[in-house]
Design a protein around this ligand. Structure first.
Ligand code: PMV
Length: 316
């Protein structure tokens, strides 16, 4: 019996979560942790999800996951009731690490191989984007793009349903990041809605914040392309301050950001949705162990990861 298997990396947003929803550029990178998907032709639908997880994540997202798979199979012109899917890999399914984007890209690539559809990488990304709609009402597309293309991605969402600009970046930076995990699964749709409601109440404040972010995102791109670690770190701190101002940080994230800086990180910020989820700290070989243990000292889990990893690939 045939079975196809593909894997795709998770992602971390380095710059621009939330701002990306309003058409501003964001920069994300693929991480070392990967989700694998096996897809096999079958008489009836089945799903086995063996991904490691932040406790409660898979139960919370179960309904959205079923919807996501349905949407992807529809986009590929396939019948999901004739497929058996098994998910695994070492990417811990948690808010902020692009777990849904990684699983969508891996499922799309494995289904493409199993059913011999001949889709290009760009088309696999389009299918994975359809899958992301099952998780977030209006995804920006940055997660699935990162999981599909790998490396560093400069991303700008298309205007009112138009195509997004997705540019793989030059940066070959192989620096390390420490990821701190609040253990809280945040609800992206709700946090995005809250930000929007706030913006509608105070346009002037948001205009100023958006302007500052736009300047910062241009500088971040230059710093990344030039491998300017100190510049990247400083800009991460500035980006975090803006995210705090739009109300998406929380006590747990603030504690970890502060501990990281205190332990010598070049910069630290929340990553992804916020109000739970993850934070990241930029570290050197000399500081990574110290920063990871400072985060643990605040009572949360931390992990060191390389970034700029390879995009989706078929394993067999
Ligand atoms: O929590 P994550 O990693 O899925 O990131 C969400 C990023 C947002 O900008 C808040 C929403 C989006 O769709 O881009």
């Amino acid at each position: 019996m045939s079975v196809a298997k593909a894997s795709a990396p998770g992602k971390l947003i380095l710059f621009g979560e939330h701002f990306v929803v309003y058409g501003m550029p964001a920069i994300a990178t693929a991480v070392e942790g990967r989700t694998s998907a096996e897809v096999r032709r079958a008489d009836r639908y089945s799903l086995v999800d063996d991904r490691p997880e932040t406790p409660g994540y898979k139960r919370e997202k179960g309904g959205q996951q079923a919807e996501s798979i349905k949407l992807m199979f529809k986009a590929m012109g396939l019948d999901a009731s004739k497929a058996s899917i098994a998910l695994g890999g070492d990417l811990v399914a948690a808010s902020g690490v692009g777990a849904s984007g990684a699983s969508c890209a891996a499922i799309a690539a494995a289904a493409n191989a199993e059913f011999g559809l001949g889709l290009s990488r760009e088309e696999i990304n389009d299918v994975a984007y359809e899958g992301e709609k099952g998780y977030h009402g209006t995804p920006s597309g940055i997660d699935n793009s990162c999981s599909t293309w790998g490396g560093f991605i400069w991303f700008k969402k298309g205007d009112s349903g138009g195509k997004s600009e997705i540019r793989p970046m030059e940066s070959k930076g192989r620096f390390s990041i420490v990821v701190g995990n609040t253990g809280i699964t945040s609800n992206t749709t709700k946090v995005v809605e809250d930000v929007k409601a706030q913006m509608e109440r105070d346009r002037a404040k948001f205009d100023r914040i958006f302007e500052e972010y736009l300047r910062m995102s241009g500088e971040a791109r230059t710093a990344l392309d030039g491998n300017d670690l100190h510049g990247i770190g400083r800009l991460m701190n500035e980006n975090h301050a803006l995210l705090r101002e739009i109300g998406v940080s929380c006590k747990e994230l603030e504690e970890m950001v502060e501990a990281s800086i205190g332990a010598g990180a070049l910069g630290a910020k929340l990553t992804g949705t916020g109000r739970g989820g993850l934070m990241i700290a930029l570290v050197t070989d000399d500081t990574k162990a110290k920063v990871a243990s400072a985060i643990k000292g605040t009572g949360f889990k931390s992990e060191i990861t390389g970034i700029g990893a390879e995009g989706v690939k078929v394993i067999r």
